[in-house]
Design a protein around this ligand. Structure first.
Ligand code: ME8
Length: 613
């Protein structure tokens, strides 16, 4: 543990436990939470110690490493578009980083395979948990691969390397004095895999009409559970967590979620039950040195973010340079429990938690029982990989829930990808307009550089509107980068579309097809119009790579942009306007491979999940 503490160690972690370890934790006075009885600190045999302190992650600078993660998804049912949305957000961030030429990056995802939920799902499907997990995990792997999610790591919590990391992490918690054994009783919600306080429950009737209690938020039934459990001294971390957040206002984005977590931390923060009796839950990792207990599935699952980077040996190369993309449903686990667990194990909290809201379907929550779960395989089949990626990232707003319906996909994708972007490429590369099929020359006499575009009268052929438009395209890469940094990918796409539309207006305004190519002055202007348009398309193609990688590749190939010319660091827009040379000028365009993006048909059937497990 000594060596672990040197790695990304969080000094704040020691004091709360030192304070908490001495007297038994008080029973929560008047708390609506389940009753806990102190049973004394656990005395377990320590795990093997490490001799070599791991290396630390480069904290800052352009060569900085970053691990981006998606949640690991429960292996109790097939993937749906909500899972895909999380993965696409993380993928777009990962790809944008690569485009910026940032330091080494990893994108981790995977499946969460232990717990009562999986144990029960396997029993219901008439199979064993390992068989169910194998099948479902491979469906997730396929769905993400199919959707071009460029993950570098896919963790399954049933893998030995992960289980070893969890056991080591447990040892770190125990050796740090963060665990004690106590008897625990309360309402357990299996679908959410957690205990819920009375304040989060409501009365309901079950299928047989008997009164029961359900979770206020999800409507899932809860069951009264009384067990001997290991407890984690979460209460001791209330102040360190508050301090962490106050010192790091960017730690949770968007801001309303940051405020939500701060609000939680103002309320009572009871200790957390972190194991289950093995007699009830066999499908999980046994508590080291206590085979009567199984490690709580959320502790097991959260440790995937460490096991993926080689915990407990090599995680220091990455940790804590980690950004977790998560849905709002699991915010408390990531923004309260996980940082506290990390501090208790002598590690720093993750750098950022990027939170998004939910997709609903025709205004309803997506759920298997309502039969309205949208199947990503069907959507990709219907709308193409890039079409569907574009839709989810363009329409998904992390701050609020978004409603899905098929007609919206067709409308957005046709209008923005097929018509606006595809149409622009088609018009500006048509042989009738550009018979030489080259990237034509820019003429400074037609489009002279000016300091103030309001004073361009008589200086060339470009209008004030044209100057305004090229200025907005010139500022686009930085704007897009800022939106990616701020976890507002939808806004980045909105800006790009706005510029695409402005470019179409520019093209339309000057009617290049009306210009007389035999007149040298007209030819210069015609070439300039096409040059500006292709420069804009090159910028859009480059910036869209993280979102629509296949379409962007086709667009850039058509413009003869070489692979090494597709990064953001070398993205100079309209160099000739700024008196510099343009490497594309005079270059032969790439082969015409037809329409950039085919218009989508309205689907005849909704993309509802039908897969049988
Ligand atoms: O919670 N809209 O797994 P899970 C958008 N195994 N995103 C959605 C969504 C929706 N309607 N529904 C789900 C678990 N998601 C745990 C996570 S991590 C250490 C363990 C996405 O299969 C969203 O990211 O229930 C949400 O947080 C996640 O899937 C939950 O997936």
């Amino acid at each position: 543990i000594g060596s672990l503490r040197q790695n990304g160690a969080c000094a704040a972690a020691r004091s709360p436990l030192a304070a908490a370890a001495a007297p038994p934790p008080a029973l929560p006075g008047g708390s609506p939470l389940p009753r806990r009885l102190y049973g004394g600190a656990a005395m377990l045999r320590p795990l093997r110690r490490l001799s070599r302190p791991p290396r630390r992650a480069a904290a800052t600078g352009p060569g900085r490493r970053l691990l981006l993660s998606t949640p690991i998804f429960y292996a109790n049912g097939p993937p749906h578009i909500g899972h895909l949305y999380s993965a696409l957000l993380a993928d777009a961030l990962h790809r944008h980083r690569r485009l910026r030429g940032a330091g080494p990056g990893r994108l981790s995802t995977g499946t969460d395979e232990h717990g009562l939920k999986i144990q029960q799902a396997a029993a219901a499907a008439g199979t064993s948990p390992p068989e169910l997990c194998e099948r479902v995990s491979s469906l997730f792997h396929q769905a993400l691969t199919h959707a071009a999610v460029s993950f570098t790591d896919f963790t399954r919590t049933s893998e030995p390397r992960h289980q070893r990391a969890v056991r080591y992490f447990w040892g770190a918690l125990r050796d740090g004095g963060a665990l004690y054994k106590g008897s625990y009783e309360g309402w357990y919600c299996t679908p959410e895999e957690c205990f819920l306080p009375e304040s989060q429950l409501t009365e309901h009737r079950d299928a047989q009409g008997r009164p029961c209690k359900v979770s206020l938020e999800t409507g899932h039934q809860v069951h009264w559970t009384k067990e001997e459990n290991y407890m984690f001294r979460l209460s001791a971390f209330q102040d360190p967590l508050r301090k962490w957040l106050r010192d790091n206002p960017q730690a949770i984005s968007p801001h309303p979620f940051y405020q939500r977590v701060l609000h939680w931390l103002e309320e009572d923060l009871p200790d957390l039950s972190v194991s289950r009796e093995r007699s009830r839950l066999q499908w999980g990792i046994p508590v080291p040195s206590d085979s009567t207990q199984t490690i709580y599935v959320w502790v097991d699952a959260l440790v995937n973010y460490l096991s993926v980077v080689g915990y407990p040996e090599t995680h220091g190369e990455w940790w804590p340079a980690v950004h977790h993309v998560v849905g709002k449903d699991i915010l408390k686990f990531h923004a309260v429990y996980w940082p506290a667990l990390l501090m208790a194990a002598g590690l720093a909290p993750p750098e950022r938690i990027l939170v998004h809201s939910h997709w609903t379907v025709h205004g309803q929550k997506m759920s298997k029982s309502l039969g309205n779960v949208i199947d990503p395989f069907a959507c990709i089949g219907q709308y193409t990989v890039d079409g569907f990626r574009y839709f989810l990232l363009r329409q998904g707003v992390p701050e609020r829930d978004c409603d899905y319906y098929d007609e919206k996909v067709v409308k957005v994708v046709n209008s923005e990808l097929a018509d606006a972007l595809g149409g622009l490429l088609n018009r500006s590369t048509a042989l009738s307009i550009n018979p030489s099929n080259t990237y034509p020359c820019f003429s400074e006499s037609c489009f002279p550089k000016v300091l103030d575009y309001r004073e361009t009268k008589g200086m060339g052929r470009a209008s004030a509107e044209d100057y305004e438009f090229v200025a907005s395209v010139a500022s686009l890469p930085l704007q897009v980068a800022n939106y990616f940094e701020g976890f507002q990918i939808y806004k980045a796409l909105e800006c790009i579309v706005l510029c695409v539309r402005q470019t179409n207006s520019f093209f339309q305004r000057h009617r290049p097809w009306k210009l007389n190519r035999k007149d040298p002055a007209e030819q210069l202007w015609l070439d300039t119009i096409i040059h500006v348009t292709l420069e804009c398309l090159r910028v859009y193609g480059t910036l869209l790579q993280p979102v629509i990688p296949h379409t962007a590749d086709r667009l850039l190939s058509r413009l003869a942009v070489e692979p090494e010319e597709r990064g953001l660091s070398s993205l100079t827009f309209l160099a000739r306007y700024n008196g510099k040379s343009c490497p594309f000028e005079g270059r032969q365009l790439g082969p015409d491979t037809g329409i950039l993006f085919h218009r989508l048909e309205k689907s005849r059937q909704p993309q509802i999940e039908t897969k049988k497990l």
